[in-house]
Write a protein that binds this ligand. Structure first.
Ligand code: ADP
Length: 584
């Protein structure tokens, strides 16, 4: 630690010890990577707030300049304005030699600009994602000549914040586009008063860094705060970039609609619809590829890639490479290296509450991170979203299928689905016409876990007049999954009529082939508890499997007539044959 900074800490030590709440400050310092979780724990174990504060200052004095800067930023973020003021004059200007330069344009200049602006450091364990970082940088370059918005969006835990911070860690970009500095603001879900406090503390930070800090009283209203910020970004910090992390609400964005340069991260793609100016967007993929996922686990557990146990691959696969999940589990394994199998099981059994980490990420556990997105939906849509738990893994469905499930008009359904997609709660495959929708595995698992209660499906009304028969996308889905949905919805009477109907057998065999049908009997037969009838249908299918694969498709009634006369299959065929004969 630089002499000036040390002396400043020592001079104001008692003031600081009296006022600060270490637990709040330490969270920020952990995300900045200047405090370890162990250090935090040791401090938190002290009995009183005062003891904790004493211990924190003691520790800070043993840290380097980054510790001081991070502590200062934490004070600002937690709105200890006057305490931050005391430390401001002695903020170290340069960082130690080790950070002077590195190959990827991350020089000491970059380090200084970013730490002054409160941009978080790289996570301790970090893998590069050049395809996305370059994409964000490319969009940021478009803000060189004019103000505008770059939206980085994607689902919970896909790595948006890490990516945003990484994108600006670049000498050329800062020098050419944002010489006025980079200023980070964590937003999250907040109400108006909180938002005002955030903007206030940003204004405070900006004013403090000027040579002649103004003596403005703090703004009294959101509008006043907005005006203050407008003045500062326009006049005192031209060509600076504001990074707004984790935005949920477009009213928040409106407060920043002041003709400046903004990079924002969000799960909600359409937020910038309501603000003015040039807009660009980058979609972050929800998962890392297998190699990167394994790399994270290897780094956390201090193992070589090829030395990882076999569970490692299954963990990455199970969560589809979600950076959040892989890192949460990595961090847990770092502490408990023998628990590969245990954590894999937890993940497979959807024990999301058990997968939690002790620090820095905003959500304590995976379930909270997921739940947050669902909780902000309007009530009626939240219920509909939960219904999506009936979907099968890796199966994509057209809007029409959901209009049956929800019993709503297709157009209405499309609007709702669009909302889900925009909020990163659902994925769409738009290469296909009509568009197909699907859930990320983690979202599906989470929904199923939450929704153990039975779902009342409106299938019954829709298919009272018999199963679907046309060959369009919707019908294909139902022919494949109707039995599955009925079984899930406990519609056993309907399932019974369907599975033991020669008409259904004929339709499904024609479209899906006999193997699918046999599979239905094996899977759902036991629910119906009709062993004899089940074996009759199964036998019919196995005996005639070869014929049923032929095209043109054979006459099923003819085939069925050769069944033993005691068989239900024969009985139905006979009725149909008589019917045919009587109608000519
Ligand atoms: P989001 O903002 O999309 O919710 P974050 O950027 O906060 O997600 O990332 C969530 C967690 O995932 C981080 O706390 C970190 O542990 C991990 N993570 C994200 N990106 C990376 C990366 N490139 N390398 C290593 N870990 C990452």
């Amino acid at each position: 630690l630089e002499e000036g900074a040390r002396s400043c800490l020592l001079r104001f030590r008692h003031r600081l010890e009296q006022d600060i709440k270490p637990s709040y400050l330490m969270d920020h310092m952990i995300s900045d990577g200047v405090l370890t979780v162990d250090e935090e724990e040791r401090i938190s174990n002290k009995p009183t707030r005062k003891d904790q504060a004493v211990a924190l200052l003691e520790l800070l004095l043993r840290k380097d300049n980054r510790g001081y800067i991070s502590f200062y930023n934490a004070l600002v973020k937690e709105t200890y304005g006057d305490l931050a003021n005391l430390l401001h004059d002695d903020l170290p200007q340069t960082l130690p030699g080790a950070y002077k330069s590195s190959s990827d344009g991350c020089t000491s200049y970059v380090q200084t600009v970013l730490s002054e602006g409160g941009v978080p450091q790289r996570p301790v364990v970090f893998v590069s994602r050049p395809e996305f970082v370059n994409c964000v940088r490319e969009k940021l370059y478009r803000l060189q000549k004019e103000p505008g918005w770059v939206t980085v969006f994607g689902m919970a835990g896909s790595g948006k914040s890490v990516l945003a911070a990484e994108a600006v860690r670049h000498h050329g970009l800062i020098e050419e586009c944002f010489p006025g500095g980079i200023h980070w603001l964590s937003i999250g879900q907040l109400d108006k008063p909180d938002l005002m406090v955030k903007i206030q503390s940003l204004c405070f930070r900006l004013e403090q860094s000027l040579d002649s800090p103004s003596l403005h009283r703090p703004p009294n209203s959101l509008d006043e705060a907005k005006e203050r910020l407008r003045y500062l970004t326009l006049r005192r910090y031209p060509r600076s970039l504001l990074i707004l992390d984790d935005i949920w609400d477009s009213t928040v964005l409106k407060a920043f609609d002041i003709h400046c340069r903004i990079l924002l991260t969000t799960r909600n793609r359409s937020l910038t619809d309501s603000v003015s100016g040039a807009k660009y967007e980058v979609e972050v993929e929800s998962g890392l590829d297998e190699k990167k996922g394994l790399e994270i686990l290897a780094l956390y557990t201090n193992t070589k890639l090829h030395g990882l146990p076999e569970e490692a691959r299954s963990i990455v696969k199970e969560c589809k490479g979600s950076p959040l999940v892989v890192s949460l589990i990595g961090a847990l394994l770092k502490e408990k290296p023998n628990r590969w199998r245990y954590y894999l099981n937890q993940l497979q059994q959807k024990q999301f509450k058990r997968i939690r980490k002790s620090s820095s990420y905003d959500y304590d556990a995976l379930d909270q991170a997921m739940d947050a997105s669902i909780e902000v939906l309007p009530d009626e849509h939240r219920e509909l979203y939960k219904d999506l738990s009936v979907l099968e893994k890796d199966i994509k469905v057209p809007a029409k299928v959901l209009s049956v499930l929800w019993d709503l008009e297709p157009e209405h359904v499309e609007d709702i689905l669009e909302e889900f997609v925009n909020k990163s709660l659902l994925f769409v495959d738009s290469n296909n016409k009509p568009h197909l929708y699907y859930l990320h595995d983690l979202q599906l698992d989470f929904l199923v876990e939450q929704n153990r209660t039975q779902l009342e499906v409106s299938l019954d009304q829709h298919y009272r007049d018999g199963p679907p028969t046309s060959g369009d996308e919707e019908c294909l889905y139902w022919i494949r999954f109707l039995t599955h949905h009925m079984a899930k919805a406990n519609l056993s009477q309907e399932l019974y009529s369907l599975m033991f109907s020669l008409d259904w057998v004929s339709i499904k065999a024609q479209i899906m082939g006999p193997a699918h049908l046999i599979n239905d009997y094996v899977e759902y037969g036991p629910i119906l508890d009709k062993e004899v009838m089940r074996s009759q249908f199964q036998e019919f299918l196995s005996l005639n499997g070869h014929q049923l694969e032929q095209r043109p498709f054979p006459d099923v009634v003819q085939l069925a007539l050769s069944q033993p006369h005691t068989s239900e299959v024969y009985r139905q065929a006979l009725l149909q044959a008589q019917d045919r004969a009587s109608t000519g």
